[in-house]
Design a protein. Structure first.
Length: 255
């Protein structure tokens, strides 16, 4: 799991868009499973990449139809198994018609946390090898946040994940944390490594900032950290790249 953190405008969402080839890079390469994404179609990428956005897309249809949306032909058993795995089954069964309950546009008759769990179940049914997640634990109560974090553990199992993190406490266990500012990589490493380097990430974490957006970042990064994207940085980014090169650990068959 690679987590991207940084203030608003640092390039987190752009990185997500590049990985899915919503637009192409002007220099360097973006590799998914060892393939340059410019050699692939969005349709082929879409078969292997699942995206969970901060504001889930839910439409006017049943709960079942919403969960199965990205996977034509998904069975009811598969949908229910995914919902159970991410902790959504109980609240779904408490709805007036269970899985056949009609949802309002954008899931207006569900809570924020319930909408997130529905989107997690959808991604699990799709069974993509790569998950791009715009972490959305903001604006939920602590109980719902725990449910979402437990669901994430299940969702991330056996998958390569690129997580856009908004709150520092949620990405402590990521394999690699990449700190962005103004479109540049300024720090990279595990939580323990970044804390030891005592750079921007460590300073904000120790100050108990919930988010990079809670503070105006003006200080330069502390000396001695691992910055940049050149060879030997240990961060897995190639010179000139805009996203982690070859970040897909489980190579999908894309054609």
């Amino acid at each position: 799991t690679v987590a991207l953190v940084g203030p608003t405008g640092s390039g987190k969402s752009s990185t997500m868009a590049l990985a899915h080839r919503f637009y192409d890079v002007g220099g360097g390469r973006v590799l998914v499973g060892g393939h340059d994404v410019r050699d692939l179609t969005q349709a082929s990428l879409g078969r292997h990449i699942a995206m969970v956005l901060q504001e889930p897309f839910l439409f006017t249809g049943t709960v079942l139809e919403n969960i199965a949306y990205a996977t034509p032909g998904a069975t009811r058993d598969a949908v229910e198994a995914a919902a159970r795995a991410v902790g959504a089954h109980d609240f779904i069964m408490a709805l007036p018609e269970g899985y056949d309950t009609p949802l309002e546009q954008q899931g207006g008759n569900l809570s924020v946390g319930q909408r997130q769990l529905i989107s997690f179940a959808r991604a699990l049914v799709a069974d993509a090898s790569i998950l791009i997640l715009d972490e959305a634990t903001a604006n939920v109560d602590s109980y719902t946040e725990r449910l979402i974090q437990q669901a994430l553990v299940r969702l991330l199992e056996g998958r390569t994940a690129l997580v856009i993190a908004h709150r520092l406490a949620t990405i402590r266990h990521a394999d690699r944390i990449v700190v962005l500012r103004d479109g540049q990589v300024i720090e990279t490493g595990s939580h323990a490594e970044l804390m030891q380097e005592n750079g921007l990430y460590a300073r904000l974490y120790r100050l108990n900032y919930a988010s990079f957006d809670d503070v105006k970042v003006e200080d330069p990064p502390a000396p001695g950290g691992r910055f940049g994207s050149g060879a030997g940085s240990g961060c897995g980014w190639r010179a000139g790249s805009s996203v982690p090169a070859g970040f897909a650990a489980r190579r999908p068959r894309i054609g």
